[in-house]
Design a protein around this ligand. Structure first.
Ligand SMILES: Cc1cc2nc3c(=O)[nH]c(=O)nc-3n(C[C@H](O)[C@H](O)[C@H](O)COP(=O)(O)OP(=O)(O)OC[C@H]3O[C@@H](n4cnc5c(N)ncnc54)[C@H](O)[C@@H]3O)c2cc1C
Length: 403
């Protein structure tokens, strides 16, 4: 039996789940398809802490999700940036910008669990978990989609396909959309740990010869560590004893936080740059990692993805047919600049901080010293990190005024 929907969101990751909740809020019938199972209360799979910028806060508030997350969020009131072995550092402070926080750290699995609960509770959403996309056939007014589940095949159709199926998007492949891909040759190793002298509400980014290392606060002594390593070194860091791993991290960070301890499970994330050459195709739109996968050095990937979602909702609000080509062209035009700037920013940082020549190291230190000494430069950096460069969005503004 063919089941008809207005939208089929392929991928119920952080971008796809958020998009589905927003689309259903417009009264659209939404299918959500993902190969994974729903996230259960037994958390612990994804140990990352995700830094959410104010643009993400606005969207999650508009969708009624921020209040459900509130108890799990840790505000970042300052970010300390330094380079190992070179003079020069800078501190970005929320107070300088007159805001309560530069961003909020949310445990990644808590965010996904909150989104899964909302997917289950939102009327108009039909989730297909443990199900993958098999084929996709676009026609003038609908796209036919064949899905494969554990036991059976399902045939659905939708007027719009939202490709939120990550870096290796099957939807992108089915539409023949090329992607520019490059491997950074780096792997982010993420783990939770405790510090002896917590610097409350402070995030630290430390550029080292092996790549950037970050510490994000989870509240109290607990922090999320992101230790970027050459991919060739990743396996040995993953299998090193906890004491040896902590000693390595201590060498890179120094003693600003005192002694590191209580290391949790380590997870590896190989880092790639992936850019789709087109954001839309007949009755299809690419969002999140399916459109742009970027280096996590500036904590921008999810924030960029949620700005994709916010603009998509702004383009579709009040329309009859979500898959009209004019609407999709409007979406692509409106997303181009923010995506280009954000990709350039994180890619530029990745290149600059991957180079190991002594003069480059000194240049990095000078750049940070310049940031410290020049308030306009520092403010521009903070505005970017906080998502203040987000393009105008009438729908979001309307929901904000209604709250
Ligand atoms: C170490 C690290 C730290 C990060 N920290 C931050 C941060 O602090 N702040 C920030 O903004 N960003 C951060 N990011 C980036 C952020 O994680 C990503 O931008 C975000 O997860 C993208 O979400 P997505 O839903 O687009 O893609 P994904 O999370 O990749 O989700 C894709 C979904 O599609 C599903 N799927 C794939 N193929 C199929 C198929 N054929 N059929 C059905 N389903 C399919 C998958 O199961 C998955 O659930 C970080 C990234 C890394 C690696």
């Amino acid at each position: 039996m063919l089941r008809e929907f207005d939208c089929a969101v392929v991928g119920a990751g952080l971008a796809g789940a958020t998009a589905a909740i927003g689309l259903a809020g417009f009264g659209l019938r939404v299918a959500v398809i993902d190969g994974r199972s729903p996230v259960s209360a037994a958390l612990g799979g994804d140990v990352r802490g995700l830094a959410l910028a104010s643009s993400s806060q606005q969207l999650l508030t508009a969708l009624g999700l921020w209040s459900a997350l509130r108890d799990h969020l840790t505000p970042i009131r300052q970010v300390h940036i330094s380079t190992q072995g070179h003079y020069g550092s800078t501190t970005l402070r929320a107070a300088t910008m007159g805001v309560p926080a530069l961003g909020y750290v949310c445990p990644a699995d808590q965010l996904l669990m909150t989104l899964d609960a909302a997917l289950a509770a939102t009327s108009g959403i039909t989730p297909f978990y443990a199900t993958t996309l098999q084929t996709l056939v676009p026609a003038a007014d609908r796209v036919a989609v064949r899905l494969t589940g554990a036991q059976s095949e399902t045939l659905i159709s939708a007027r719009l396909i939202v490709a939120a199926d990550g870096s290796h998007s099957a939807v992108r492949r089915h539409y023949g959309i090329a992607a520019q891909q490059s491997d950074y040759g780096q792997t982010a190793i993420v783990a939770n740990l405790s510090v002896e002298h917590p610097q409350l509400h402070t995030a630290s980014e430390r550029f080292t010869s092996a790549g950037p290392c970050a510490l994000l606060p989870l509240g109290g002594a607990r922090h999320v560590l992101v230790r970027t390593a050459r991919s060739a070194d990743a396996e040995s860091l993953l299998t090193a004893s906890p004491a040896a791993f902590l000693a390595d991290v201590q060498t890179r960070f120094g003693w600003r936080y005192g002694r590191f301890s209580e290391l949790g499970p380590r997870r590896a994330h190989p880092l790639i740059l992936n850019r789709a050459q087109q954001l839309v195709a007949p009755r299809a739109v690419l969002i999140g990692n399916a459109a742009n996968t970027i280096h996590p050095n500036a904590a921008q990937g999810l924030n960029l993805a949620l700005r994709d979602v916010a603009t998509l909702l702004d383009c579709l609000v009040g329309g009859d047919d979500p898959g009209l080509s004019a609407t999709l062209a409007d979406y692509a035009a409106r997303r181009a600049q923010d995506q280009q700037h954000t990709v350039n920013f994180s890619h530029g940082l990745a290149r600059l901080f991957a180079l190991e020549a002594p003069l480059v190291g000194m240049g990095r230190g000078l750049a940070l010293a310049a940031c410290e000494l020049l308030p306009p430069l520092r403010s521009a950096l903070m505005a970017r990190l906080m998502g203040w460069r987000a393009p105008p969005n009438e729908w979001l503004r309307g929901t904000h005024e209604a709250h």
